[in-house]
Design a protein around this ligand. Structure first.
Ligand code: TXA
Ligand code: MG
Length: 359
């Protein structure tokens, strides 16, 4: 069955046990990619919605099924460093140093694109974002397909990214050809995106690889203007086209509380107590450290502040869980004090529409 004008198609679900991956497990998925079909697959960051990056029709279908604005470029996933020569026009020395340090892994680098990449993959621009994922299933899919795989996060545009196959099923079942279920994504936040096309290395999207880590390898690194002015949406035009759109948003209204733990807990409790009188369901994002301090609403622990990846890996999952429960208001603690605080707050600020209460 073909997907046309919103018509429903068969979506094959393939479960892979990552502790025991067999050589044939990815054969069909790889042949789907070669045929121009769309396959959602796990990566160490989030699930990706993959298609052949050099096939214009695949790229266009990715935009269509996600409902993604067509000027927002896709990341091209590669499995070996030789791909750089084929896909880029110019490779700065720093790229090799950064690749050596962080690839395979959650870092995306932007280069001037070579001619073989269609503009439908890059949203019409002359640069291309490349990432070599470390996830075993993702790597095997790229290698087995013998393609470069264009893959945005496998969610409906605007919704929280997907970190489990169940999330992908929720958003894309009946619209794509296959979903590979490889369990939960380890990191749960999308890759760090850096621009290497100018004199300075610029972070366009913060992620698991931090500014400090990048600086150790590439010298001075700067945050894009749009990231610095995040609390006033729209005040600076973002360089990564994706940053200007509404993102990661749950159905519920999300509000961030910023301040000392005692003040945040007290303020959220006071607000939740007021809302408790109404018919609205309230959700609270707490940590394992503060979980017991809240007295109203549906309180969920996102993880422990002493284990940051426990927090990053649960963020999108938790937003989707609250949606499923029909919560209409979510209060969350702030995570600015963590090493990965910049990356987590970037997602939370967008998901909340920049609603922060300072206490
Ligand atoms: O971790 C990840 O990066 C995941 C997994 C699947 O690899 N992918 C992902 O893709 O998050 P996506 O499409 O949801 O986000 C890509 C971001 C967008 O903000 C986009 O605007 C930016 O990267 N981007 C892609 N190509 C670009 C380019 N040539 N110039 C500037 N920004 C670019
Ligand atoms: Mg995305």
């Amino acid at each position: 069955m073909n997907y046309k004008n919103g018509e429903v198609m068969d979506t094959k679900i393939v479960k892979i046990d990552r502790k025991n991956i067999r050589p044939d497990d990815l054969k069909e998925a790889a042949s789907f990619i070669r045929q121009g079909k769309l396959v959602a697959f796990p990566t160490e960051t989030v699930y990706g919605l993959g298609g052949d990056a050099l096939n214009e029709t695949s790229a266009m279908r990715i935009y269509e099924v996600k409902g993604r604005p067509c000027d927002n470029p896709l990341i091209v996933h590669i499995a070996d460093i030789e791909a750089l020569d084929k896909l880029t026009e110019e490779i700065p020395k720093k790229a090799y140093l950064l690749a050596e340090a962080f690839w395979p892994g959650p870092l995306t680098m932007i280069f001037k694109k070579s001619k073989i990449i269609p503009h439908s993959t890059t949203g019409g621009i002359n640069t291309v974002a490349l990432r070599m994922p470390s996830d075993k299933i993702a790597r095997m899919l790229i290698q087995e397909s013998d393609c470069f795989i264009a893959a945005p996060s496998a969610n409906t545009s605007g919704k929280p990214s997907t970190t489990r196959a169940a999330h992908v099923i929720e958003d894309l079942y009946g619209k794509i050809d296959m979903i590979i279920d490889g369990g939960a994504s380890e990191i749960g936040l999308e890759s760090t995106v850096i621009d290497l096309t100018g004199d300075k290395v610029i972070i366009l999207r913060p992620g698991f690889i931090t500014k400090e880590q990048l600086e150790k390898v590439a010298g001075s690194v700067i945050n894009d203007q749009a990231l610095l002015h995040q609390t006033q949406e729209g005040s600076v035009v973002p360089r990564a086209p994706g940053m200007k759109y509404k993102h990661y948003a749950p159905k519920a209204n999300l509000i961030i509380y910023e301040g000392s733990t005692e003040k945040v807990t007290a303020a959220i409790n006071a607000e939740a107590a007021k809302q408790n009188e109404s018919d609205f369901l309230i959700g609270i994002i707490a940590t394992s450290e503060t979980y017991l301090n809240y007295n109203y609403g549906i309180v969920k622990s996102i993880g422990s502040r002493s284990d940051e990846i426990s927090i990053t890996s649960r963020l999108f999952d938790l937003l989707r869980e609250f949606d499923a429960l029909g919560v209409s208001l979510i209060y969350t603690e702030s995570f600015n004090d963590m090493k990965l605080g910049h990356a987590v707050m970037n997602r939370l600020l967008k998901a909340s529409g920049y609603q922060v209460v300072y206490v």
